[in-house]
Design a protein. Structure first.
Length: 117
């Protein structure tokens, strides 16, 4: 769906300032904030301000904004001085997606094994 925010979307509420978050960076199209349950010393979520349920839906509907999200992830990694980091898009509940507003996890600040398990 193209951009209309469901009233109950947690990340839309964070963007609107209705739910507090530790904001890292903000642009016209993106928002970056610290994950409330960090899995690494640096664990930041980068999201589009427009609502789409997952990253693939965002990329299909608004590829420029998907690119903005990726570029912002790189900017955040640079600001956090992360030489190595991982970007993760959980897609679908079977893969661990719990918030159905497109987001990328930026994880860094510790060793990251591959494959992740
Ligand atoms: P998912 O599991 O959907 O890929 O990622 C959702 C992420 O949102 C999880 O890592 C979870 O810790 C984070 N999260 C859930 N609720 C909140 C919240 O209220 N504030 C913040 N900052 N992060 C949240
Ligand atoms: Zn949303």
């Amino acid at each position: 769906m193209a951009g209309e925010a469901p009233a109950d979307c947690l990340f839309c509420k964070i963007i609107a300032g209705e739910v507090p978050a530790t904001v890292v960076r903000e642009t016209d199209t993106t928002f970056a904030f610290r994950d409330i349950n960090p899995q690494a010393p640096a664990h930041i979520l980068v999201i589009p301000k427009v609502h789409h349920p997952d990253a693939a839906s965002l990329a299909a509907a608004e590829p420029q904004i998907a690119a903005d999200v990726l570029r912002e992830a790189g900017e955040v990694a640079a600001e956090e001085k992360l030489e190595s980091y991982r970007l993760v898009f959980n897609t679908g509940s079977g893969a661990g997606q719990t918030v159905f507003h497109a987001h990328v996890h930026l994880l860094g600040g510790r060793g990251l094994q591959w494959p992740p398990g």
